[in-house]
Design a protein around this ligand. Structure first.
Ligand code: GLU
Length: 466
């Protein structure tokens, strides 16, 4: 039986969850969740300046919005420093690492000389093979004994075999002279101790993999499956940056994109399953694999994101949308809807969620429900209202007073009414939208009438006809 899958997301706190990080987290989450595995979260918080509780909270908040739940406690890399040091000392005891007493000046001098002689400036410590008896009583770092010839091959599920010549790798420092572990050691020890079987991360870490591999090999540990994914690019093909727009996952929440649409879009950013663009979470979990990850960087495309978001809004449960809208409003720093407004929106959701790509669009469609009498007209609506005579709307009033309030009856009534006026219902629709919503773009007149109810419809009509 193969080992149960364990993946992890290992962000360094930066103050927000980067969209690229969110995608990395999603890939790891999908891979684990689709295989009954575990998805762990480790905060790489060794940079004490940046690693504030607020910065960690921002990552957790972004993941929680995207529904990327992790297993177990959040692991702090910083808190594991003693364990990292212990591994460096074990390698030292086993002769796979050594104490290096070289000073900064000596290393600089070595490099100068090598450069002048036209040789590699990779530092070669004279302490690598020094006898213990020759060790001075001075500060030292612990360096790994890197292989000096041959090659290191990283077997990567996305990049294929990546070969690095060992003479290009130096004896990397594991433990600094103040006893603190270096990042590269921390990552390997943490991944090993956490039982991580698959490391899916940005390909900016591919070079690190060669150095990390040395540590795995020196410790005799199994190397995890590596999948280094190309970074996300902007529409112009350059690495995604602020110039291209929002970078933080939470900014997308505040712009009103639904989490399900965002997940679908992020999954498609660099991964594909045949021609499938739109899929559910369940399908993504079932389909996600490392084979489907592309080798070239995906380009961020807001139109595609919006398109998918619209499809997800359309298939979402009404009650779930109601909650997501409140969460969106909070994220955007806007006032919450009252219970009455929320109830009204849920009642009207069946038509509001149709063709709304974002929550602001959905709320714009819900304007007729959120506004109160007398309905204020925007410019276009006022124009449409001015184009119809008061008389026509006044004539309509008694008919609506006697109408039975069902879609079929209202449709029949309004069509017959239009015909009697020598026109088509289409011509009446714009002024009626204006009467009911004060807007030119709204859900259908019938939907609005049904959702508002007979009394409110008649009241708005009377407001408009004076
Ligand atoms: N902390 C690293 C980052 O935020 C990720 C390290 C890793 O995944 O191994 O880029």
């Amino acid at each position: 039986m193969s080992k149960p899958v364990v993946t992890r997301f290992a962000p360094s706190p930066t103050g927000y969850l980067h969209i690229g990080g969110a995608r990395t987290a999603l890939f790891n989450w999908l891979y684990a969740r689709g295989r009954g595995g575990k998805f762990l979260l480790r905060i790489e918080d060794t940079d004490r300046e940046r690693s504030t509780p607020k910065a960690t909270a921002a990552i957790l908040q972004g993941m929680s919005w995207l529904g990327l739940d992790h297993d177990g406690e959040v692991i702090s890399q910083f808190e594991r420093a003693d364990r990292h040091a212990e591994v460096a000392k074990q390698l030292l005891a086993e002769g796979k690492a050594y104490k290096c007493f070289a000073t900064q000046d000596e290393i600089a001098a070595f490099r100068e000389e090598a450069k002048a002689a036209g040789k590699s400036t990779l530092y070669r410590s004279p302490w690598r093979d020094a006898a213990e008896a020759d060790h001075p009583d001075a500060p030292y770092v612990i360096r790994i004994k890197a292989p000096q010839d041959g090659v290191t091959v990283i077997k990567d599920e996305v990049q294929g075999d990546v070969t690095i010549r060992n003479d290009q790798l130096d004896d990397m420092i594991l433990l600094r002279s103040d006893g603190t572990p270096v990042y590269m050691l921390a990552v390997v020890v943490d991944d090993y101790d956490m039982g991580v079987t698959h490391v899916i991360r940005g390909d900016d870490h591919l070079n690190n993999a060669a150095r990390q591999m040395m540590i795995y090999q020196a410790m005799g540990w199994d190397i995890p499956v590596w999948a280094h994914i190309p970074l996300i690019h902007g529409p112009d093909g350059k690495k995604l940056s602020k110039r291209h727009g929002a970078l933080g996952a939470q900014e997308y929440q505040a712009m009103g994109y639904p989490a399900a649409g965002m997940r679908n879009y992020l999954a498609r950013l660099g991964w594909s399953h045949g021609d499938d663009e739109f899929f559910t979470d369940a399908q993504a979990r079932e389909w996600f694999d490392l084979d489907g990850i592309g080798k070239s960087p995906a380009r961020f495309d807001t139109k595609k994101l919006e398109n998918l978001c619209g499809q997800h809004i359309a298939i979402s449960e009404d009650a779930a949308l109601r909650n997501e809208i409140q969460a969106y409003l909070a994220a955007a720093g806007k006032p919450q809807l009252s219970d009455v407004q929320s109830n009204d929106i849920e009642r009207g959701m069946y038509c509001l969620k149709d063709r709304a790509k974002t929550f602001p669009e959905l709320l714009e469609k819900a304007h007729f429900l959120l506004t109160s009498r007398p309905v204020e007209q925007d410019e276009k609506a006022a124009k449409a209202l001015a184009n119809v005579s008061d008389g026509i709307l006044k004539e309509l009033t008694p008919q609506l007073q006697n109408a039975s309030w069902t879609r079929d009856d209202l449709e029949a009534l309004l069509n017959a009414f239009a015909e009697a006026q020598g026109t088509k219902f289409g011509k009446l629709a714009a002024p009626l939208r204006a009467v009911l919503a004060g807007r030119a773009v709204t859900p259908s007149v019938f939907d609005m009438m049904l959702i508002l109810g007979q009394d409110e419809t008649l009241a708005r009509l009377s407001d408009a006809t004076g």
